[in-house]
Design a protein around this ligand. Structure first.
Ligand code: C2E
Ligand code: MG
Ligand code: MG
Length: 243
């Protein structure tokens, strides 16, 4: 089914806001959804692993890139007078390994007039760790195209501090499990505080993932976190619902 999902137009992007801790929206993360004719809407957690295994992720990744650039370009014309919002796409390890990624991003950016710095790319630690030297090279090239780069799900993979230093990153996204742990475990809040401090030393902007409660927001503000993403600021929705 996944093979023909793209041709049948069953994939679409939902956008979840990323906001300053004062709630001003700064941009959106593009999250893919599969609208299956029999099964209904399928979350990426179910089909991305299958797509990774089968190699279909490369094709899905191209769709995500094209669609995000197209929708972002149309947003720019709507919001011309305000500060330009960014759109952040997720890139998987297979895509990072593929020799075509940089070319595909170049193509999408030249086809759709997106301001420099408004297309963000998220990669996970485990994707980067497969081949650090190659990842470094690809990320440098993406950076040269004007993309901003975020390390996704930080803390759940190898969490190597040297990675934070060696990669040309702009953002670190603290995984939702750490944000959830702040209200439970005694050490939870200190862990998040420590990650924020390390990020500051390395001049990286922190995005806290999965902020749901006001108490999370207040704690994060006190710890000096700049940006957040989570149901508190909005759930993922199709683009027209944000316009
Ligand atoms: P992610 O990149 O870490 O995206 C954040 C996930 O957390 C999203 O799930 C989002 O809906 C969910 N989330 C955000 N805020 C909250 C909150 O306050 N509470 C809770 N409980 N959840 C929250 P989603 O959309 O199901 O995506 C899951 C994962 O699938 C993503 O995690 C990402 O790794 C992957 N993914 C999504 N779209 C793509 C894509 O286009 N390409 C690739 N390669 N992976 C994708
Ligand atoms: Mg992400
Ligand atoms: Mg994440």
């Amino acid at each position: 089914d996944l093979h023909s999902a793209i041709e049948r137009g069953e994939l679409s992007l939902y956008y979840q806001p990323q906001a300053r801790i004062d709630r001003t929206i700064t941009g959106f993360e593009a999250l893919v959804r599969w609208h299956h004719p029999q099964r209904g809407t399928i979350a990426p957690g179910t089909f991305i692993p299958i797509a990774e295994e089968s190699g279909l992720i490369v094709q899905i990744g191209l769709y995500v890139l094209e669609q995000a650039a197209r929708e972002l370009a149309s947003w720019q014309s709507v919001l011309a007078s305000d500060a330009a919002p960014f759109v952040s796409i997720n890139v998987s390890s297979r895509q990072l390994d593929s020799p075509d990624l940089v070319e595909a991003v170049t193509g999408a950016l030249s086809e759709h007039p997106v301001p420099v710095g408004c297309l963000h790319v998220e990669i996970t630690e485990s994707a980067v760790m497969r081949d650090v030297a190659r990842s470094q090279d690809v990320l440098k090239q993406l950076k040269a195209l004007g993309c901003h780069l975020a390390l996704d799900d930080f803390g759940t993979g190898h969490s190597s501090l040297s990675l934070l230093q060696r990669l040309p990153l702009d953002y670190v996204k603290i995984d939702r499990s750490f944000i959830t742990a702040m209200s439970g475990e005694f050490s939870g809040e200190s862990m998040v505080g420590a990650i924020i401090q390390i990020a500051k030393i390395l001049h990286l902007t922190v995005i806290a993932e999965g902020i749901e409660a006001e108490t999370d927001e207040l704690r994060l503000r006190a710890l000096g976190c700049q940006l957040g993403q989570g149901y508190r600021y909005g759930k993922p929705l199709p683009a027209p619902q944000w316009q």
